[in-house]
Design a protein around this ligand. Structure first.
Ligand code: MF3
Ligand code: CO
Length: 249
């Protein structure tokens, strides 16, 4: 069952999502050669709590941090570490969730550390563009497959590949709710979207093949061929005539 949220519940989700957006925006300028991923995580946790929210990932299924920091061929769920130093030319995906008054927000961005290659820049642009393509399909009466297909069409049309092992998800009272939102699919299929549904849409794209390996830390997902990956995510509410992006800064 896909839960419909009341306007008041959506406002709680907006508060949580805005905390995420604000902290991600504050992290961006810190993503520079020499910073460790543990330093980024420490900053994120401190800011989330100062803003009156609680980190959503910390302790979730045993995940040990506030942030996921996934660098280059790492796709998602990179665990922050004091030993992992950001280098010039890296692309760094930052994924974070927060809880406010019992409701969740979840968002992700990919950030360039210093000067990056043209290919890396293009991957970031196409991944961000595929998220915007998905958001443009969200409205009451559309089908979930329309949204999934929009990501796939935009990504593959621009020469990138779509990760299939991980999906977006419903969100609200829990970090992960129904439905699961693949980044590939067929238009005109899947559940019909209704006002008050709340979704976390999160394309993960690779420059090469999209096959995934999970490292033996049990979390870090990397591209099997070592190609670069990028990840963007927004938490949104379905409205009568479109999409209310709750995690827009
Ligand atoms: N944005 C990701 C997701 O929704 C991050 C989850 S990380 C975890 O699945 F640690 F919370 F699992
Ligand atoms: Co998510």
């Amino acid at each position: 069952m896909i839960e419909i949220k009341t306007p008041a519940e959506i406002e709680s989700m907006r508060r949580a999502s805005r905390v995420v957006a604000e902290v991600l925006a504050q992290l961006k300028p810190l993503v520079k050669p020499g910073v460790t991923t543990a330093e980024l995580d420490k900053f994120a946790e401190k800011r989330v709590r100062e803003l009156g929210a609680v980190p959503a990932f910390l302790g979730y299924r045993g995940y040990p941090a506030t942030l996921c920091v996934s660098i280059n061929e790492e796709i998602v769920h990179g665990i922050p570490s004091p030993k992992r130093v950001v280098r010039e030319g890296d692309i760094v995906s930052l994924d974070m969730g927060a809880v406010c008054g019992g409701f969740y927000g979840d968002a992700a961005v990919t950030v360039a550390a210093g000067e990056i290659s043209g290919q890396a820049r293009r991957l970031m642009e196409v991944t961000s563009g595929s998220l915007e393509a998905a958001l443009s399909k969200v409205r009451a009466g559309a089908r979930l497959g329309d949204v999934s297909r929009a990501v796939q069409e935009y990504a593959e049309g621009n020469g990138m590949s779509v990760v299939r092992e991980f999906t977006g998800h419903g969100i609200g009272r829990h970090l992960h709710e129904e439905p699961s939102i693949p980044n590939f699919g067929k238009p005109g299929t899947g559940p019909v979207l209704k006002p008050g549904m709340t979704l976390a849409i999160e394309p993960m794209l690779c420059l090469g093949r999209a096959d995934v390996i999970v490292k033996n830390d049990g979390w870090t997902a990397v591209s099997a061929d070592g190609s670069l990956a990028a990840h963007y995510e927004h938490t949104v509410a379905v409205t009568e005539d479109g999409c209310d992006v709750l995690s827009r800064a």
